[in-house]
Write a new protein. Structure first.
Length: 183
C-alpha cells in the first residue's frame, strides 16, 4: 500500500508524537524516571535513558535521511542500530527530565524541519527508504512512551533509593515503602 502522506503531514505526525513524549517526560515521577520498567523484557535502561534515546534517534535518523538524499546508502541494519543505542545508553545515564525534554525538542525540531522541507519525490528516494524512515520517526516516540506507560501501570516497580535501606514500589497507587526484609 502506498503512503499518501505529504512531507508536511509526516512532519506534523513526528511533532505530535514528540510532543506526547515530552509531556510524559515532564510528568514522570522521579522514582519512575530512575526505574527500569522494561527490565522483564530484557531492556535494562532506565526510563530516562529510553526517553533520551528517542531524541538521539532523531539525530541519526536525520543523518540517514540526508545520506539517502545525497545518494549514499547508509546500509542500515539491526546491528548498526543496536550499536548506536548501546553507545547512547552508556552516555545518557543520569540525564535529567529537563535535559531530555530539551534534547527531544531540539533534535525533533531539526528532524521536523528536514522532513517538512522534502518533496514527494524525496520521500521516494532510495526506493522509498526516506518515506519509511519518516514513518518510523513518527511512530518511534509513541512506541516507547506507550510501552513505558503500560509497564509502569501493570505492576509495581522496585526502585532503590541510594543512601537508605528503603525500597519504594512505584507505578501503582498508593505507593508503598518497603523496609529491609519486609514486602
Amino acid at each position: 500500500m502506498t503512503d499518501l502522506r505529504t512531507p508536511a503531514e509526516h512532519a506534523a505526525q513526528i511533532g505530535a508524537a514528540r510532543d506526547r513524549l515530552v509531556e510524559f517526560v515532564l510528568a514522570c515521577p522521579d522514582d519512575v524516571w530512575r526505574a527500569r520498567p522494561l527490565a522483564d523484557r530484557g531492556d535494562r535502561r532506565p526510563t530516562g535513558v529510553i526517553a533520551d534515546h528517542v531524541a538521539h534517534a532523531y539525530e541519526y535518523m536525520g543523518g540517514f535521511i540526508g545520506q539517502l538524499l545525497s545518494g549514499v546508502d547508509p546500509q542500515l541494519d539491526v546491528a548498526m542500530i543496536d550499536r548506536l543505542n548501546a553507545e547512547h545508553a552508556a552516555l545518557a545515564a543520569g540525564t535529567t527530565q529537563q535535559a531530555v525534554a530539551e534534547h527531544l525538542t531540539a533534535s525533533g525540531d531539526e528532524l521536523i524541519a528536514l522532513v517538512s522541507g522534502l518533496t514527494a519525490a524525496d520521500l521516494e528516494a532510495a526506493g522509498g527508504k526516506v518515506r519509511r524512515l519518516a514513518e518510523i520517526c513518527a511512530r518511534h516516540p509513541d512506541t516507547h512512551r506507550t510501552e513505558l506507560e503500560e509497564a509502569i501501570s501493570r505492576r509495581p516497580l522496585s526502585v532503590f533509593r541510594p543512601g537508605t535501606r528503603t525500597t519504594w514500589l512505584v507505578g501503582r497507587r498508593p505507593e508503598r515503602r518497603l523496609t529491609a526484609g519486609r514486602r
